[in-house]
Write a protein that binds this ligand. Structure first.
Ligand code: PLZ
Length: 445
């Protein structure tokens, strides 16, 4: 391992070699011999250190991070409070298994989740390692608590890659193809996708509810599971009124309303949670990613009577709520509070949305600019149509990467470029990133 403790990370993008540079290319060759080619290759620039919104690669290039490792490092890279908390915990003990001999940090994380998630009702949580695991457990809990089997999910949904969560995820390639058979009793209904359906929130909700009632039967539904802003599906922001109507329908019909806030939660959209925007109070909330600043931690949080309906021993796992990840979450939440990162996300959002809306006027390939807070995207189309233009999205992402800007694509049709900067990105860094993105869009015009 060649990481040098003396290497420093600057505060702006600086490219010294072609990208990927020679050391990254050599690592990539080594990788090919031993890492399964089933993993996405992404941007094969190998990282040595990070600081704030800058990543230093093994060739000494300083990259601007506009992806936060898919909405994970919202507080930025190398945050001293998190480093201190994790280092102290590693020195104290790394693991006991909470089910064998417990420790305080797990309780503190659950206290924070009870306080921060929507609603003032009594809540309890269970902690896990990945977003997929949290979603799987939310489904288990919902079925047990309601005594019903059917889970309703939306078109364009992404909920994970394990077998049950693949059944919940919509997109075939690359996620589901030939990995089935998938778990039964999952029903998919239309989402609210204003750019493509032109429906108001209540109209889109009516369309979804009609399908649930006619094709599933309200009394069979254990839960309606939604991402309040769909992430991998293309940063689809539902029309106002859609989420409240689905939540109300669920309540009226004895079904649980589950918000998957794994990508949209923890200040990303300018509130602690994306559902806060419309005052929706879910029965269960799944969280991960931004929760622990890069350490693997996920949670299901919900109404105490639902969460506690499970028999003792029904929930668990060796590592869930690992103490190192738990203290990382506490440091992350403290940083979000101290720096008021929800407010910063709103500022970043207004800067990004106005720059991208202006860019849209100069080009025929941006069909839609959308997002909330620091979860913003452009949807690329073939000029004069609404046909998805995945080639343009790929070209834009590749151009950004060639300039040392880490951008990522999304979308059922692969035609969305999404921006998920660390919430601590500076104005100068963001404006640099947006100008590279503008050049990228113009380069494919
Ligand atoms: N729910 C809303 O966004 C993870 C997936 C990347 P895990 N999204 C990134 C990829 O290609 O695998 C995600 C999400 C929402 C659930 C998950 C799953 O979280 O921690 O990846 O299991």
């Amino acid at each position: 391992m060649s990481t040098s403790v003396t290497s420093k990370v600057g505060d702006s993008r600086k490219i010294l070699t072609e990208l990927p540079g020679p050391k990254s290319r050599a690592l990539h060759e080594r990788r090919k011999a031993v890492v399964s080619s089933g993993l996405t290759q992404g941007f094969p620039v190998y990282i040595e250190r990070g600081d704030g919104a800058i990543l230093l690669d093994v060739d000494g290039n300083q990259l601007l991070d506009l992806g936060s490792g898919i909405a994970v490092t919202s507080i930025g890279h190398a945050v001293s409070d998190l480093i201190d908390a994790v280092s102290e915990q590693v020195a104290a003990f790394t693991h006991t298994c909470f089910m064998v001999t417990p420790y305080e940090a797990y309780i503190e994380v659950c206290e924070a989740l009870a306080e921060l998630t929507p609603g003032t009702h009594e809540k309890t949580s269970a902690l896990f390692n990945s977003g997929s695991e949290a979603v799987e457990n939310a489904v288990k809990i919902a079925r047990l608590a309601t005594g019903r089997a059917a889970i309703v999910v939306l078109d364009h949904a992404y909920h994970g890659r394990t077998n049950l969560t693949l059944a919940l995820t919509a997109k075939n390639m690359p996620y589901k193809d030939r990995f089935g058979p998938f778990a039964p009793e999952i029903y998919r209904v239309p989402t609210s996708y204003p750019f493509r359906d032109g429906l108001s929130g209540p109209e889109a909700a009516r369309r979804a509810i009609d399908e649930i009632e006619s094709q599933v039967g309200a009394h069979n539904v254990a839960a309606v599971l939604v991402e309040p802003i769909q992430g991998e599906g293309g940063f689809i922001v539902p029309a106002l009124g859609f989420l409240p109507a689905l939540a109300e329908w669920s309540k009226a019909n004895g079904a649980l309303f589950i918000a998957d806030e794994i990508q949209s939660g923890f200040c990303r959209t300018g509130d602690w949670f994306a559902v806060d925007h419309e005052g929706v109070i879910p029965d269960l909330v799944t969280t991960a990613k931004g929760l622990a600043g890069g350490m693997p931690l996920a949670a299901v949080t919900g109404r105490a009577e639902i969460m506690n309906a499970v028999h003792e021993g029904g929930l668990g796992g060796t590592y869930g709520g690992n103490p190192v990840a738990a203290v990382a979450a506490l440091a992350t939440i403290k940083t979000m509070r101290d720096k008021n990162l929800a407010a910063r996300a709103r500022e970043l959002g207004s800067t990004m949305l106005s720059a991208l809306t202006e860019l849209q006027r100069d080009t025929l390939i941006i069909g839609d600019v959308r997002g909330r807070g620091a979860m913003v995207a452009i949807e690329l189309i073939e000029p004069g149509t609404t046909n998805p233009n995945a080639a343009a999205a790929n070209a834009i992402v590749n151009y950004c990467r060639s300039q040392g800007v880490v951008a990522i694509s999304a979308g059922t049709y692969g035609n969305v470029v999404r921006l998920l900067p660390p919430l601590v990105i500076t104005d100068a860094q963001l404006s640099d990133g947006l100008s590279v993105l503008a050049d990228a869009v113009r380069s494919v015009k």
